[in-house]
Design a protein around this ligand. Structure first.
Ligand code: HAM
Length: 420
């Protein structure tokens, strides 16, 4: 027997309704904010992520599923959704369309990480991207959208932390300050941090190596280096969130793990998610399109990990919907009645009722047991006498009472009883 690859999971029929619940809430919330769905390929040219997500990030440096296709091209399974959406936005000429452009996605993404609870190699994201609005209101609306999505799911114990990581102009000064701070400690820091020191010292701040974390904690904070415009932008984002009644804390340690971010960044975390506490993360990324050689366009977005949302929903004991059950099980007692049960089930399904009937030649007792397992609300029994009378004996499994119902009235009867 060949096993499932490490870091991947099957989503089985018994659990899929929980996924569908999250997906439904995602779609409804997104549409309320004016977003429409976008679907892009699972794989892209490797270069897109190298340039978009950034060479010095863990995602690009260590975690990508990259391979040569049969034509010798280097392709990569998407490690996230933003770069592909940005490419599609430019490639389909949408930059010239109505602004702002808003798109959401429900995708699987791939990162070669060390698997643990809430950290997989194939995982799923709900994400959203907004292009063409540089205003603080665009960032604030995006954060309100993320917050509404989590609240609509029923989550109550998530906390929002926000920060500003400035623009390339003010970050230059910050990089110098970081270098000055880290220079005396370089010999004790990991080889990755030493490489990041030259190329992108801000990446040193999200190093996961314990020895390095001791130094990053005391590093200078970007908030102290913001230029006037970035400071004002962030101030307005915070003021809008205050007025909208969104609870948050400003946390200067949030830098995000991908290179494209600028200005506002944010994360929603939950204690219930354990070590992998971030359930949703995002921010502005005004520089990404220019980096892809397209016309510069302001952008902001977020993505949430669906596996982590499920973990947190379950840990919080949030009310998840039940799987949909069978409306009516049709039990036939003899060959002629079984055939009638089969045909009646087809008729009832055409009327929009969820029905099942026997496919295994089971005894009546076994059929009732099976109907019970399905959670069928009604069992319609047909034997020789019922067949002759053109009726079924319909048992309400909630009340254990039963009634005779003529075959042609069965659909109407079940529909009327369903909501009682
Ligand atoms: P990210 O922070 O890398 O951002 O991922 C977003 C969310 O995806 C995380 O908060 C987490 O819930 C989930 N996630 C990430 N990696 C894994 C994993 N290995 N296993 C399970 N869940 C995971 C992005 O991906 C950005 N593209 C978000 C964004 C959109 N920023 C702007 N627009």
């Amino acid at each position: 027997m060949i096993n499932i690859p490490k870091g991947t999971k099957d989503i089985l029929p018994a659990n899929v309704h929980k996924w569908q619940f999250i997906e439904d809430i995602a779609r409804i919330t997104a549409e309320g904010y004016g977003y429409r769905e976008i679907r892009t390929p699972v794989f892209e040219h490797t270069e897109l992520f190298r340039r978009g997500v950034g060479e010095t990030t863990d995602v690009v440096g260590k975690e990508m599923y990259t391979f040569l296709d049969k034509g010798g091209r280097s392709v990569t399974l998407r490690p996230e959704g933003t770069a592909g959406v940005a490419r599609a936005f430019v490639e389909n000429g949408l930059q010239g369309g109505v602004m702002p452009f808003k798109a959401y996605y429900l995708i699987s993404a791939f990162r070669y990480e060390r698997p643990q609870a809430g950290r997989l190699r194939e995982f799923h994201q709900f994400g959203a991207e907004l292009y063409g609005a540089a205003s603080p209101a665009a960032d604030a609306e995006t954060i309100c959208f993320a917050d509404a999505f989590l609240k609509n799911l029923g989550l109550r114990q998530v906390t929002l932390r926000i920060n500003s990581i400035g623009c390339p102009a003010c970050r230059k000064q910050y990089h110098e300050a970081l270098k000055e701070y880290f220079r005396p400690h370089l010999a004790e820091m990991c080889p990755d941090c030493n490489a990041r020191f030259e190329k992108n010292p801000m990446r040193m701040l999200d190093c996961k190596v314990e020895g390095c974390k001791a130094y990053t904690a005391g590093a200078p904070k970007m908030l102290d280096f913001l230029c006037g415009e970035c400071r004002e932008h962030f101030g307005t984002v915070c003021a809008l969130l205050d007025e909208a009644g969104i609870a948050y804390t400003v946390d200067p340690s949030i830098v995000r793990g991908l290179d494209y971010y600028s200005r506002t960044v944010f994360e929603f975390t939950s204690e219930a998610a354990g070590a992998q506490g971030t359930v949703l993360g995002g921010g502005g990324y005004d520089g990404l399109l220019a980096q892809m050689d397209a016309k510069p366009t302001p952008a902001v977005g977020f993505a949430a990990g669906i596996e982590r949302l499920l973990m947190v929903l379950e840990a919080e004991g949030a009310a998840l919907p039940e799987a949909s059950a069978t409306d009516c099980y049709l039990a036939g007692l003899d060959p002629a009645s079984r055939k009638k049960a089969f045909l009646l089930a087809e008729e009832l399904r055409r009327e929009g009722l969820a029905c099942e009937t026997d496919l295994l030649d089971r005894s009546v007792k076994a059929q009732f047991k099976y109907a019970d397992k399905l959670g069928a609300r009604f069992v319609a029994v047909i034997g020789e006498a019922e067949l002759a009378a053109g009726e079924a004996e319909v048992k309400d499994m909630h009340t254990s009472s039963s009634e005779r119902v003529a075959f042609p009235q069965l659909a109407e009867y079940l529909k009327a009883k369903q909501d009682v």
